[in-house]
Design a protein around this ligand. Structure first.
Ligand code: 6R9
Length: 650
């Protein structure tokens, strides 16, 4: 990418009307770094406190004694902040617009008053099922309003939710129910998506076979389709909601009490439970939602993510609702019934801010501009992207075809761990460049480090690994049940810093570009996947002796999953076995982990100490084997020639 990328300055209208313009950004950023306490003390007033805090920040990034506390002696309730405090002025305003999978089915407009009643009902039902403050609840739901009610109901009674993406397998669900020792799983009979319906309850039934008998199952009947029922364990949500009281007093929670756990992939081992706090998280989600998307009262805002991912937590539910926004929730997929669905919805609900992922943009770009051009997109004011680096071609299409050159694009870089945006251009303050995350958000101190030495690289026109030098309120607090793993993952490689796992470039102008993961995490359609997870699924198959998994460039998904598989002696490498392995991984983890390419590997390139040389496997998968680099430490160099000869990505 050239350093002289084209830049798109904010329009005069944006610069004048936005919450933050260039001068304000500079002054606020300076204040946020020089006086973090003062800055966040003021920003924390955007939420209502039941007990005001006296201390703001109490943080130590020293490996071995990491602690992160924000507003630690304050008390608040997230559900009351997202609902109750708006009732005086917004009770009849739409809080959630729900657009079902099937466009023939009616959309729902849920007002703040209704959201209050539904959340209270759900909260009372959970209490009746024995859930109390600090207990865990796993949510395994499609994109239906009940997902938001469930999240807010947990927050209301002080229970900690852990959402499992509805596309995950029964095995993945079971391991998260057990890992968090949840008391209740909330699921639906079926999950309609793209005209098909996933039998979620059947998946939950299978998962619960591997969980404690005491775990209860609350079932939202979305389609009314047939399911099996275990009396005493399964409860019909809609039947219970009819009689449940629609008021429920919100619990006073400490700012540092966990709000939720969200499992995410890392470079080693099984997914870890990222823990987010109540106070700091909400302040940060609310502020970033308002400022990054320049959300104004009366706007209709739509984030296309699933609530199973962090983006859905912060930018469908908590951030927007804390701000009293109207947030759209979509059950379906961008290409059903056809590739104009997103734009139909924008037209139908007069969406003002639209936030999606590069993989969706690329897929829709491939279908042609005519699907966009038939729709009236004049309501759009701003576009956003998240999840992976966006290639300039997709950025330009988004800008020209969707935004008609009049909508700023905010390319928001952040992570499950960060709770909210860490780097993004602000629409009224910064010029944008296709593919750049541009500027740090308030309070964020990015540092670029030399990968090997960990030395700080100063100046512009430089590249290295990206760390953050100090805490921000939305930062994760720990790994559920394993604080040591938290410290080791994020604070041990580069002492004194939070290590993001991403590489980055600071260009000649001092603007930031994320270059992708520097660890063994791959990004498939914006979904994080640890190569170790796919490998351990593969080697769990009786015919597989060894497996190594790497990412390779994929036109639509960003990265595809490339597997090198060594079979047990006497096993035949057949097409049927390939299909079997693909299906195996889908059932072990979920369809998003489905291998794209499986290469039979009689041997894997290893060092003499037995370490698989992934660098070489990555190059072969990228079809870039001319540049294999140093292979002198290989135990058997000839296995490389064999792998190149039979490579799958030509
Ligand atoms: C929010 C979310 C985090 C990883 C992150 C990075 C990649 C996310 C990006 C981006 C370039 C962006 N990523 N946003 N890369 N530009 N705007 O996606 O969280 O699922 O935890 O993934 O995604 O590699 O480290 P999560």
């Amino acid at each position: 990418m050239s350093n002289a990328a084209k830049t798109y300055p904010p329009s005069t209208e944006m610069a004048e009307g936005a919450h933050v313009n260039a001068a304000k950004y500079d002054a606020m950023y300076k204040a946020s770094i020089e006086d973090a306490d003062g800055f966040w003390r003021e920003q924390a007033q955007r939420v209502d406190w039941m007990t005001p805090f006296t201390t703001v920040k109490d943080v130590d990034f020293t490996f071995g004694q990491v602690k992160i506390n924000w507003f630690a002696d304050g008390e608040l309730n997230v559900s009351a902040n997202c609902i109750d405090r708006h009732l005086e002025t917004r009770s009849d305003q739409t809080a959630i617009i729900w657009e079902p999978d099937n466009p023939e089915e009616a959309a729902q407009h849920i007002t703040y008053k209704e959201l209050h009643a539904q959340t209270c009902k759900m909260a009372n039902i959970l209490r009746d099922l024995g859930v109390g403050k600090g207990d865990r609840v796993v949510i395994y739901l499609p994109m239906i309003p009940e997902a938001a009610y469930a999240m807010l109901a947990c927050a209301r009674i002080g229970a900690i939710h852990s959402i499992v993406f509805a596309g995950f397998s029964p095995d993945a669900l079971a391991s998260r129910v057990n890992g968090s020792e949840a008391k209740v799983v909330i699921t639906a009979d079926y999950a309609p998506r793209g005209g098909k319906a996933t039998p979620l309850k059947t998946n939950a039934d299978q998962a619960l076979l591997h969980c404690k008998d005491s775990v209860k199952c609350l079932v939202v009947k979305r389609t009314g389709g047939q399911t099996t029922w275990t009396e005493g364990r399964d409860f019909d949500y809609k039947a219970l909601a009819k009689d449940a009281a629609d008021i429920c007093a919100p619990e006073a929670m400490n700012a540092e009490d966990p709000l939720f756990i969200l499992y995410t992939s890392g470079s080693t081992g099984q997914p870890k439970g990222v823990v987010h706090s109540t106070g700091g998280y909400l302040v940060y989600a609310a502020m970033t939602h308002e400022v990054t998307f320049d959300y104004h009262d009366g706007d209709v805002y739509w984030c296309t993510a699933d609530v199973g991912w962090v983006t859905g937590h912060s930018y469908i539910v908590y951030g927007p609702l804390a701000n009293g926004a109207t947030t759209l929730m979509f059950e379906g997929v961008p290409t059903y019934p056809d590739a104009s669905r997103f734009w139909q919805i924008c037209e139908k609900h007069k969406v003002n801010q639209f936030y999606t992922a590069p993989t969706a943009i690329r897929a829709l770009m491939g279908k042609g501009a005519e699907f966009v051009e038939g729709c009236d997109l004049s309501s759009l004011k701003l576009l956003g992207t998240v999840g992976e680096p966006i290639n300039p071609e997709a950025w330009n299409w988004y800008n020209d075809v969707v935004g008609k050159g009049t909508c700023p694009i905010v390319d928001t870089w952040w992570q499950t761990e960060t709770g909210g945006h860490l780097m993004t251009p602000l629409p009224g303050a910064h010029a944008t460049k296709p593919g750049a995350a541009m500027k740090p958000f308030f309070g964020i101190k990015p540092v670029v480090l030399e990968p090997a030495s960990g030395d700080i690289i100063e100046g512009n026109g430089v590249e290295g690994v990206l760390c953050i030098a100090d805490s921000w309120p939305g930062q994760m607090r720990t790994v559920w049940g394993d604080h040591e793993r938290f410290e080791k993952t994020y604070f041990s490689d580069y002492k004194g810093y939070y290590f993001t796992g991403d590489g980055c470039r600071r260009d000649e102008d001092g603007d930031y570009w994320i270059t992708g993961r520097v660890d063994d995490v791959i990004n498939v359609s914006g979904h994080r996947m640890g190569t170790a997870e796919v490998e351990s699924a593969l080697v769990a198959h009786p015919k597989v002796a060894e497996a190594a998994v790497v990412g390779y460039p994929h036109d639509i998904k960003g990265q595809g999953i490339y597997c090198y598989v060594s079979l047990m002696a006497d096993e035949e490498p057949t097409e049927e076995l390939r299909t079997e392995l693909r299906n195996w991984v889908r059932t072990e983890i979920g369809p998003i982990a489905s291998p794209d390419l499986i290469q039979w590997a009689p041997g894997l390139p290893k060092t003499r100490s037995g370490k698989i040389m992934r660098r070489i496997l990555r190059k072969i998968a990228e079809n870039d084997f001319g540049a294999l680099g140093d292979t002198s430490t290989l135990a058997e160099p000839e296995v490389v020639d064999e792998l190149i000869e039979n490579r799958m990505n030509r």
